[in-house]
Design a protein around this ligand. Structure first.
Ligand code: CMC
Length: 430
């Protein structure tokens, strides 16, 4: 922070606005007094130039294509760390010692089961419901099952709610899948690591022995790690806005998951794979690239472009490498969807439309390919993103509640509707 100020002059007013210098990234103008002193609002639909909070968790340099969690680059974390360690880092700010990691893991493991009555809650849904519809409902319903961790003024309850959410999300997501395919729920097995446990709950059945392939578990863990947090994106901002009213943690995280579901955000991985299937064969790629470039056609290349990254998404680089490893392991390089993906990527990158607009493949372009190869249906892609992002939502939620400057979120508007007018009874209307 500095004592530099910007001077804003309009009409007969001159206002001094403090300028803050962050550790990394562009300076920030503090406009909090603008309305009180200048009688004006700022107008920024989509918040393209607005900082809504102070944060120490994640930093993105969109021009360089860099993503840091608590200062550590995502490629180093993806290569050398693992998801639960990244969870600890995001939640508590530092990498754990061995003893801290063991303690954290054992606390997570003790909370993996769901309240048994939740089975009946699942059974109330239609079998053909989208798993995200079930997950949003179940996450919100946690506040009906875990009353002892909904008081946000109690730090102990906040901590328990965080651990419960991280621990139970694999079970919640796996059960939504099992329910949708009519198979029995598989209970968590605390002998397995976090990613293996999730795969086991998704793919094992009582009738047969199932052994989790460690390479697939590693790839799953990397998908979780790469999606763990992404600073003030739409779903995280939704969590913060919901939390600003004092709502309980489960309600806030369910709100974030609902926002994530949209195809411009976490729904893009499903939309991307469906698009690859629709393209169907390599010879149809030019037709779809032409549609993406046509201003009169709403079609966009799903899995391309990003609000912040104007360079290669650093998560996409790691995900692409992981995709190659998984496909190699499973021996399915000749899958037609994957061939379309590879060729589409090459043709779009070589096309000046995409390079001029700085549209590169994002994380969702490759994650869908890996998940499909692992045997997940497309409807499970966004739930897996929600599972991974839960720790980011919780870390940001904690940070917000600990910030003395936080207050209820209440944007203003540029009203362009009718001016004041008097009600006219129906028989007098022309
Ligand atoms: N295909 C074709 N054209 C595109 C695309 C695309 N995927 N993305 C952006 N553009 C064009 C857009 O038409 C616009 O052109 P013009 O300036 O001529 O009007 C220009 O690029 C800028 O687009 P924008 O919509 O103003 O950019 P934005 O920052 O508001 O949108 C985005 C970012 C991610 C919503 C958008 O790139 C998009 O819709 N991508 C496809 C969906 C997707 O893959 N989403 C996943 C994002 S990464 C994971 C996550 O955050 O959840």
């Amino acid at each position: 922070m500095t004592d530099r100020k910007a001077t804003l002059t309009f009409d007969d007013k001159t206002l001094e606005l403090p300028i803050y210098s962050p550790t990394l990234g562009p300076d920030v103008l503090d406009i909090r007094k603008l309305y009180a002193e200048g009688d004006v609002f700022t107008h920024d639909p989509g918040f393209t130039s607005t900082s809504a909070c102070e944060s120490t968790i994640t930093f993105i340099d969109g021009e360089k294509g860099e993503l840091l969690h608590r200062g550590y680059p995502i490629d180093q974390l993806a290569a050398d760390s693992h998801y639960l360690e990244v969870c600890y880092l995001l939640l508590y700010g530092e990498l754990p010692t061995r003893a801290q990691m063991e303690d954290f893991e054992s606390r997570v493991i003790r909370h993996t089961m769901l309240h048994d009555q939740m089975v009946y809650f699942y059974r109330g849904f239609r079998r053909d419901a989208h798993p995200m519809a079930i997950i949003v409902g179940v996450m919100g319903a946690m506040s009906a099952f875990y009353h002892d961790s909904t008081d946000i003024t109690d730090p102990w309850q906040r901590e328990v709610a965080s651990i419960r959410l991280i621990a139970k999300m694999p079970t919640i997501v796996a059960w939504a899948y099992k329910y949708s395919i009519g198979q029995p729920f598989v209970y968590p097995n605390n002998k397995l690591d976090y990613a293996s446990n999730f795969l086991n709950m998704c793919f094992s059945v009582p009738a047969e022995e199932y052994k989790v392939n460690p390479i697939l578990a590693r790839a799953m863990d990397r998908i979780f790690t790469l999606h763990a947090d992404h600073e003030q994106n739409a779903s995280t901002s939704t969590v913060r806005l919901a939390s600003s009213s004092g709502a309980n943690p489960f309600a806030c995280i369910a709100a974030g998951a609902a926002c994530l579901w949209g195809p411009a955000h976490g729904g893009a991985n499903q939309a991307c794979l469906e698009m690859l299937r629709e393209i169907g064969s390599v010879d149809r790629i030019p037709e779809f690239i032409a549609r993406a470039k046509d201003k009169n056609d709403p079609f966009r290349l799903m899995g391309f472009g990003h609000r912040v990254y104007k360079n290669f998404d650093p998560r996409a680089k790691v995900m692409k490498q992981s995709a190659d490893e998984v496909l190699d392991l499973l021996g399915i390089e000749d899958n037609p969807t994957l061939q379309v993906a590879k060729e589409l990527e090459a043709q779009a990158i070589a096309d000046p439309y995409f390079s001029e607009k700085k549209l590169f493949p994002n994380v969702d372009f490759y994650s869908g390919i890996i998940l499909e190869a692992m045997g997940f249906p497309t409807s499970m892609f966004t739930p897996i993103f929600a599972l991974s992002r839960t720790v980011g939502w919780i870390s940001q939620w904690h940070e917000q509640l600990s910030d003395p400057a936080h207050k209820i979120g209440r944007p203003r508007q540029l009203y362009t509707g009718a001016p004041h007018r008097d009600y006219v009874p129906v028989d007098q209307r022309g």
